[in-house]
Write a protein that binds this ligand. Structure first.
Ligand code: AMP
Length: 375
């Protein structure tokens, strides 16, 4: 599927291609048509899936198309649990909306409110906010929500975990009843579903990759190893195990290049794909990996998006990702469609805390490979 087939307007298509996106992610494919149709959405997806664009693109389009009839005031309200996420969403609106004349801003706590209220006074169409600061500014009369037509609650599960429920309820009570609501959560336990029911009208559910089940199909193991021994260990693993074909994840572009250099020097044909590589170079590497002329593809998380390789048997985490969800996404590239996959992870002392978070998320401990030459 292409972005064009999702019926996005040319200014958005142009912005998307400028961002370097070649095709929609699954959550975008599923959510964008429904949002454009005016439906409420219950979306279950984690960060890293492209969920921000899944709501930002259609909302920008709806705003542009409905502008003639709209009254003054904030039309889109997006609530996010943290300042970092709020800033990221604001950056996305900036990137995707750069051909459109739509005013957006972000407010969050922990900084002076002066700069924020100055922008608000001039008027904005899209407001991205964390709950505490939003309420504060509402109570001081800087923000009114009576013109809001579209409301997005992002990372709802984290919002509840962080104890924002009462703030959110207060905010919602000030929203017009007639509105379109998009609800995103990484997980969907009963309390989240119950909460969503109070906000959404006949919602369409969109889900991607149920985290725990993906992980269950995959044989996972971890090697404890120092950072300097990771490259020798990778060589060792690639030599001794029956690994025909592997996708290796590194945290940085530089790290990816180093791994590739070392593997090639040792006769293991590999290529890196990351953001510093041209589109051509990336496509070449991917093609080589798919037709098996390249045995090992080394990728960063962002670059790996859109890599869809049939029968990928092995994923190797050269570094443990900081976000547990990222781990699940990485290993989910193998073991697709019920086939078994293998995920190996290299963990140094500093990374053990990340590993603990992964154990919590996938609700099991990953087997440790106790005997290897670099333990
Ligand atoms: P998110 O899940 O919204 O945090 O997005 C994760 C990352 O994926 C962001 O860096 C986006 O810029 C990027 N991204 C979103 N949509 C696409 C796409 N269709 N193709 C490639 N990258 C994307």
């Amino acid at each position: 599927m292409t972005f064009h087939e999702l019926k996005l307007i040319p200014p958005l298509l142009e912005a998307i291609s400028k961002e370097g996106y070649t095709q929609p992610t699954p959550i975008q494919e599923k959510a964008i048509p429904h949002i454009l149709e005016g439906k409420d959405i219950f979306g279950c997806a984690q960060t890293g899936t492209g969920k921000t664009a899944a709501f930002a693109l259609p909302l920008l389009q709806l705003l542009t198309q409905n502008r003639a009839t709209a009254q003054q005031g904030i039309k889109v309200l997006i609530l996010a649990p943290t300042r970092e996420l709020a800033l990221q969403i604001n950056d996305s609106f900036k990137a995707y909306g750069h051909n459109l004349n739509i005013r957006h801003t972000v407010v969050f706590g922990g900084v002076s409110q002066h700069a924020q209220t100055t922008i608000l006074r001039k008027g904005v169409d899209v407001l991205i906010a964390t709950p505490g600061r939003l309420l504060d500014l509402m109570q001081q009369g800087y923000i009114k929500l009576n013109a809001v037509e579209y409301f997005v609650l992002d990372e709802a599960d984290r919002m509840l975990d962080m104890g924002f429920i009462n703030d959110i309820k207060k905010i919602i009570s000030k929203l017009p009843a007639k509105r379109q609501t998009v609800f995103f959560s990484a997980t969907a336990p009963p309390e989240i579903r119950k909460f969503a029911d109070t906000l959404l009208k006949s919602p369409v559910s969109v889900n991607i990759a149920p985290v725990a089940t993906t992980a269950e199909l995959i044989k996972q193991s971890v090697y404890f190893v120092s950072q300097e021994n990771k490259r020798p260990l990778l060589r060792h693993v690639l030599k001794s195990e029956s690994i025909e074909h592997a996708l290796v994840f590194t945290r940085t572009k530089h790290g990816a290049d180093k791994v590739v250099k070392e593997l090639n020097k040792n006769g293991i044909k590999s290529e890196a794909i990351h953001g510093n590589k041209s589109q051509n170079a990336r496509e070449r590497a991917l093609k080589g990996f798919k037709d098996r002329s390249i045995r090992v593809l080394v990728a960063t998380d962002i670059a790996s998006r859109g890599i869809d390789v049939d029968k990928l048997t092995h994923v190797i985490n050269f570094e443990i990702p900081e976000q547990a969800e990222t781990y699940v996404h990485r290993i989910g590239r193998t073991g697709r469609a019920g086939e078994s996959g293998v995920a190996l992870s290299f963990c140094n002392t500093d990374e053990r805390a990340y590993l603990r978070n992964i154990h919590k998320l996938i609700k099991k401990n990953i087997d440790v490979v106790a005997t290897h030459p670099f333990s």
